[in-house]
Write a protein of this length. Sequence first.
Length: 348
Amino acid sequence: MQVTKRLIVLAGFLVVSACGTASSAPQETTTTSVVSTTTTTSTTTTTTSTSTTTTTTLAPIQISGEFDDVAEAAALGPLPENFALGAVAASKSPLYDNDCHASTAAIDPVICEFGDLQSDIVIVFTGDSHAAQWFGALEVAARTNHWKLVSMTKSSCPVADVPTYRRRDALPDGEELLYPECDAFHTRAHAAIRDLRPDLVIFPVLSRFHLVNNGGIAAFSAGLGKSISSVSGNGTKVLVLGETPKTNGEDIPSCLARHKNDISKCANQRSKAEFPERIKYISDVASQHSATYVNPVDWFCTAEVCPGEIGGRIVYRDYNHISDQFSRYRAPQVSEAIKLALAGSDAT
């Protein structure tokens, strides 16, 4: 059984696909003005209409390289004033409040709908809490672009169809708890996605899972390929959204509260925050299955450091998940990634 809820929420990256690297092109908006002029003589009245079309080129959305807001954040010393750190810590994805995020015990997807519910363009995203953390950006993008957004997420259940454990810590007797509910969820969620026949499926990735039989990134990538194959076809494209950078291991709001005068202590070095080997495995499997891959690390890090605050927003709500406010802040980048994936990432 699956539950469907119809909800309305008020409220630089590398792209690799089978077609190569995609970049953002300038966008154009066209405005047409009609001016009417009336001339009256002693015997007649003449009205003349003149149509003028103006095309304005908008600045492109930055999709790679160093972001100014990240560079500015990396140079900060003290935390800007008026930060509500407690509110940030509670800034979880609204999917939890709406009961749209399936529990570890669940095997059926809870299907929730957002954005323009009448849209012909349907986008599904699925995965674990690292998928749910992107809801804010996805919801803003859906509303802005008049897309229908469908969520199917589940606690601790990765996007890769691969056997895993429910949690990483061991049980008292030294045995670890298998997670067959995740396997069942994959089967049922993928079937529901195929029934929907969406335009795009988004797989936000967290690959740092403890897999059965000590499977590493190779096993995870193989499982990701299995998931992509399961939902693609019939015109459905796939976007693989790469991992968010790893923090320094601390609860970031608590760290910032302790180090308000030197928030650099709450940053992480980029060399410790991203994992090139994992990125290569995941981008390769996406390319092999004709999916678009997006590495979002540039949205968080300069070439050297990943700050805990960017653009006046706290990046993480804990030691692991991005805050809902920062997720929404990156809606323009997520929106551009979706557009490229819908287009097949054949822009150069």
